[in-house]
Design a protein around this ligand. Structure first.
Ligand SMILES: [Zn+2]
Ligand SMILES: [Zn+2]
Length: 424
């Protein structure tokens, strides 16, 4: 029997550990509770639920709380067990202070600052003191915000919106200044992810692409990652294994090896004739007339950026080191220059088998959670694992502890719960 050629070791397909199917409606956000084998979910059905894993290996609802309106987003801080929530109605009127006029789209709790950052469909970006509930500052964005990240060290906020741009703001206690804007996507920004160590920002978009913005490197490079066939829905970075995990609305999960050095894609060059065979393009009437040739359609080689005709760019290739994990148009000479080694994929592709609405990655356990439009939450084990958990003894203490909601604060537009573990 002929020996099979073993492929190079690659990221194993994330193994499905559990499915949670008991929600009445779509779970807009769900997070894994580290060390507890638990999941917190907030849903369109107005509930916040805590699911704990039982002896049977299944997650069962431990407690739930019903909110006055649909829960659109959430931020959970495991250290303080504080849950920050955004709601559909944007407003819970308990005081005269500012509230969002419309669905709260993103909420982010920053423990180090005791700040809660939030954005709404009203195009307001606000930050509140999480202790007092006082609104500290406000910034009007150009469009609905769909992605929000914060760098604690330098107090920069990254705000991604429906116009496709990312705005960088420097936040002070009660004011902010516009630092710059990044424009690279042709569709809405749908997700943002910040790696504070390498100081790299990832943005995902409805245009199916991801851009890696090198903020810390000082070179200002923007590297495109093309590996999805649909709108990017979520981005998570696994710092220990230097992998970027992205997902799209068609259920695709891509795990990118970020340990490789990728290059920027070239600018597309302008030319009135093919830069290989010199045949005129169809708008170049003079040359068409002079040389008695029919004008051709213009294409661009994705590797060198040259303007070429279809005949000179008939071949396709992946260019993983430029972020193209799918085959793209390349000119003949570039096609020759790309070796099989160059074509080795730098990402692995997986199918979550549901249309993903939200994704969360828990780095200490290497668990990946996806919430789908099918009202199901799936928890998977990735190999992006920090701590070996297999030797862990079943924790009988877990079932003697009770969770309870302690409604500690109500803001104008968000409700805060401190979720406490009470010894049973
Ligand atoms: Zn040509
Ligand atoms: Zn080329």
């Amino acid at each position: 029997m002929a020996a099979e050629i073993q492929p190079k070791p690659q990221t194993r397909t994330p193994v499905l550990l559990n499915k949670i199917e008991a929600s009445q409606d779509v779970v807009n956000t769900a997070v894994i509770i580290p060390k507890e084998d638990g999941v917190i979910s907030v849903s369109e059905d107005r509930t916040i639920r805590i699911w704990l894993k039982r002896d049977s290996g299944q997650y069962w609802p431990s407690i739930y709380h019903t909110m006055p309106d649909s829960c659109s987003c959430m931020s959970f801080n495991p250290e303080t067990r504080r849950l920050s929530m955004g709601m559909e109605n944007g407003t819970i009127s308990v005081s005269d202070c500012f509230s969002h006029q419309g669905r709260v789209t993103v909420v982010l709790f920053v423990l180090e600052m005791e700040w809660v950052l939030s954005t709404g469909q009203d195009k307001n970006f606000t930050w509140h003191c999480s202790e007092s509930g006082t609104q500290l500052g406000l910034y009007r964005t150009t469009a609905w915000v769909s992605g929000l990240q914060f760098d604690v060290e330098t107090r920069h906020a990254f705000v991604g919106d429906y116009s496709g741009q990312v705005t960088i703001l420097k936040l002070e206690l009660d004011s902010c200044s516009l630092v710059t804007t990044f424009k690279g996507h042709t569709g809405n920004v749908t997700a943002l992810c910040w790696d504070p160590v390498q100081r790299v920002l990832f943005s995902g978009s409805a245009d199916h692409s991801i851009i890696m913005w090198d903020i810390g490197g000082g070179k200002g490079t923007a590297i495109e990652l093309q590996g999805h066939n649909e709108k990017v829905q979520g981005l998570c970075y696994a710092p220990h294994t230097r992998q970027l995990i992205s997902c799209s609305s068609d259920g695709g999960i891509v795990i990118w090896n970020m340990d490789v050095t990728r290059q920027e894609t070239p600018e597309w060059l302008d030319s009135d004739s093919c830069q290989k065979c010199e045949q005129p393009f169809f708008w170049n009437f003079k040359q068409m007339w002079d040389s008695k040739k029919i004008g051709l359609r213009q294409h661009h080689c994705r590797k060198c950026g040259q303007a070429v005709c279809g005949k000179c760019s008939a071949k396709r290739s992946t260019i993983p080191l430029m972020g193209f994990e799918f085959e793209v148009r390349v000119c003949d000479s570039c096609h020759e220059s790309i070796t099989d080694e160059d074509r080795a994929p730098t990402a692995t592709f997986h199918d979550s088998k549901h249309s993903i609405v939200y994704m969360h990655y828990e780095p200490t356990m290497g668990w990946l959670l996806t919430s789908g439009a099918d009202k199901v939450v799936k928890v998977r084990q990735t190999q992006c694992l920090l701590r070996q958990r297999l030797d862990r003894q079943p924790n009988s203490d877990l079932f003697s502890t009770n969770w309870s909601f302690d409604q500690s604060q109500i803001f104008s537009h968000q409700i805060f719960f401190r979720v406490e573990l009470i010894e049973g």
